[in-house]
Design a protein around this ligand. Sequence first.
Ligand code: R5P
Length: 291
Amino acid sequence: MSNLVIPLYNARELGRKIAIKSDKQLAEVEVRKFPDREIYFRVDSEVKGNDIFLVQSGYPGPNHSIMEVLLAADSCKDFGAKSITLVMSYLPYARQDERFKEGEAFSLQTISRLFQNAGITKLITVDAHNRHDYTESDLFGLKHLNISAGKIIVEHIMEKHKLKNVFILSPDFGASNMVKEAATAKGAEFGALSKVRKGDFEVEMEGELDVKGKNVIILDDIISTGSTMILAMQKVKKAGAAKIFCAATHGIFGWDSLEKLRKKSDGVISTDSIVNDAESITLANEISKVI
Ligand code: R5P
């Protein structure tokens, strides 16, 4: 076998599923923390000459997750891996994808450089923040393929709830490509609101919605504090929607947002990009198709 999937801590289950789906060998790894919280990493499978697929998620603990990737990739490079692909279902540090103010860190560029220095030759992500096309591109010198989970999320909700007359809503322009792709694939109507973030927990939204009597799926890349979804839901309710579902690829669900969203909607759905308590759809099939 010349393909080895190495599951890292936040993606232990997803990594296992990807290995099964893609018919690759699943590596034995030991990952633990020293008492001072430094990470110990060891791979107990043959790396030499193999194409390596590291699988990780950037939440929880974005910093630890990145450090674990670097330790794993650099070790695989030393042990003679043929190639190292990183599957980072949720890519942290993607929000700072340019220098918005003088003196700021350009986090996404830094992350890309760190990955390349550690020997990673390709990065695969799912609905990475602000990446709007789903073909292979160049991320500051690193080959990058971003895929979308929009279609499988929408498919899951529509089938489970036997929904007709569906409208997919992007709560901001950032998610509108993802929404357009998913809606087009499923033959649903779609639209977007315009959002301005005023603070970590405060957003404002504008836009007209023609959703009276329609079943609305609000679809975003991330649910973090839930502020975006809660406000979008208020707008959709006011506009007379029938059922309302909140969905995102990456469910961080900080604070008590999951509970709040559950109370106010007909369902909250995310994927196993991040392990959480919401209803979850696995990304294993979609990822397996591209590795
Ligand atoms: C930002 O532009 C993203 O697409 C999400 O809308 C955002 O991360 C959601 O964050 P929150 O749940 O904190 O409103």
